[in-house]
Design a protein around this ligand. Structure first.
Ligand code: HEM
Length: 413
């Protein structure tokens, strides 16, 4: 529970998780720099403040080791790690991921992995991504024809990014289920209050898996992304630990977020039959629907930072070493930035939302995620125009991940 001035706000309150937007509106208006005591976090809710913090990597560090004690996870305070996992983490922790490093380390890492995500390289994947969405759609239609239940998350939005990233990394289809299970366990333990022991076991399994993959690709490079990353270029090559950690990061950063983007888009469209009809009539609007979903219902609601020095914002002093949560989901609904921000509309220019972050950590997978989501919506609009709900959706119980565990749908033949 938290207090600042007259505003009480509990990030983990189920009502806030179900619909955070009215709560963000209160924060933006009455306590735009808000101190939450449990968990101990400073929440930034206005667009300008969120952008300021994300652009200022000097004062707002992404490195969990800077100042704050990140051993206590604000999004999963309930469980503790087994001793062996703590020792493993202590060994791995000095290897900063792209996401959790600051310059100059971040600059070095980002330079080395950027070529793998160059827009031209990602664009080459479009035909294959369309094939994958079509075949997932075939399976959805078959399930519906057999009278079986259809769940948009389980049967479509969740397998899509897993298959895509596994193929990009050259991982055999037979390992896809392991891949997905490990990734789910990591996300669960980190962000949704799930079992941290299971998370630690999966983290160990996935690290071992990528250690073997990296060794194999060094001996026999192919055309895949891991082979590209082990091949030296003008900027040199990543060390083994950096490579393993980056591969794990790709899985964790890309799977759940893309699934949630597709699910959030379909959820918003099911609530707005007129907009859905617009999309059916003009599938090219899928790109606008993707951008508006990213703004309206951002898959990642908040990003973690740590102050390296005392920071004064709107007469509020955030101490050095404090954990800060710039609320991207709130910034994207700020009426100071958007007209009628609570309306979902395809005719606005939502492209400059900040769902992919801002500044040096801007999402490296944004083109891939956008392409997958566009293909998913176009395929659904073309092949399942009579899409409707078939039961109650179940939300992911997390204050920072916005999406669904389950979204039952009906597909008319
Ligand atoms: C809708 C889907 C996605 C969303 C909403 C999303 C969101 C974000 C955000 C907000 C950041 C910045 C984090 C920060 O500033 O702390 C980020 C960074 C990152 N994302 Fe994504 N992401 C998505 C998909 C992907 C995909 C598909 C991949 C890769 C396969 C990916 C890989 C990464 C990586 C590696 C970073 C770290 C970049 C850096 O620190 O320089 N993301 N993402």
């Amino acid at each position: 529970m938290t207090e600042t001035g007259t505003v009480a706000f509990d990030l983990n309150d189920p009502d806030v998780i179900a619909d955070p937007y009215p709560h963000y509106a209160r924060l933006r208006e009455h306590a735009s720099v808000h101190h939450s005591t449990a968990p101990d976090l400073w929440l930034l809710s206005r667009y300008d403040d969120v952008v300021l913090a994300l652009r200022d990597a000097t004062r707002f560090s992404s490195d969990p080791g800077t100042g704050g004690d990140f051993a206590d996870n604000p999004f999963n305070p309930s469980t503790s790690l087994p001793g062996w996992a703590t020792r493993l983490i202590d060994r791995v922790l000095p290897t900063r991921t792209l996401l959790t490093s600051d310059p100059p380390e971040h600059t070095r890492l980002r330079k080395k992995v950027s070529r793998a995500f160059a827009p031209r390289r990602i664009a080459q994947w479009e035909p294959r991504i369309r094939e994958i969405t079509e075949s997932l759609m075939d399976e959805l239609a078959d399930r519906a024809a057999r009278g079986e239940s259809v769940d948009l998350v389980r049967d479509f939005a969740s397998p899509l990014p897993t298959i895509v990233i596994a193929e990009l990394m050259g991982i055999p289809a037979a390992r896809r289920d392991d891949f997905k299970r490990w990734s789910d366990h990591l996300i669960d333990g980190l962000l949704t209050g799930g079992d941290t022991r299971r998370m630690a076991t999966s983290a160990a399994a996935i690290s071992l898996f990528f250690a073997r993959t990296v060794r194999q690709r060094r001996r026999h490079p192919g055309e895949d992304l891991v082979s590209l990353l082990v091949t030296p270029d003008a900027d040199g090559v990543l060390g083994t630990m950096d490579l393993i950690v980056f591969c794990v990061l790709l899985l964790v950063a890309g799977n759940e977020t893309t699934t949630n983007l597709v699910s959030n888009a379909v959820h918003a469209l099911l609530d707005r039959p007129a907009v859905w009809q617009q999309l059916i009539a003009e599938p090219g609007l899928a790109a606008a629907a993707v951008e508006e979903t990213l703004r309206y219902d951002s898959p990642g609601q908040g990003l973690l930072r740590c102050t390296t020095t005392e920071v004064r914002l709107h007469e509020v002093v955030i101490p050095a070493g404090a954990r800060v949560l710039p609320l991207v989901g709130s910034a994207n609904r700020d009426p100071g930035r958007w007209d009628a921000p609570d309306e979902f509309r395809l005719d606005r220019n939502s492209n400059d939302h900040i769902a992919f972050g801002v500044g040096i950590h801007y999402c490296i997978g944004n083109a891939l995620a956008r392409m997958e989501a566009r293909a998913a919506l176009e395929t659904l609009a073309r092949r399942a125009p009579a899409l409707s709900r078939a039961g109650h959706p179940i939300r992911i119980p997390s204050p920072v991940l916005r999406g669904f565990r389950s979204l039952p749908i009906r597909i008319e033949p």
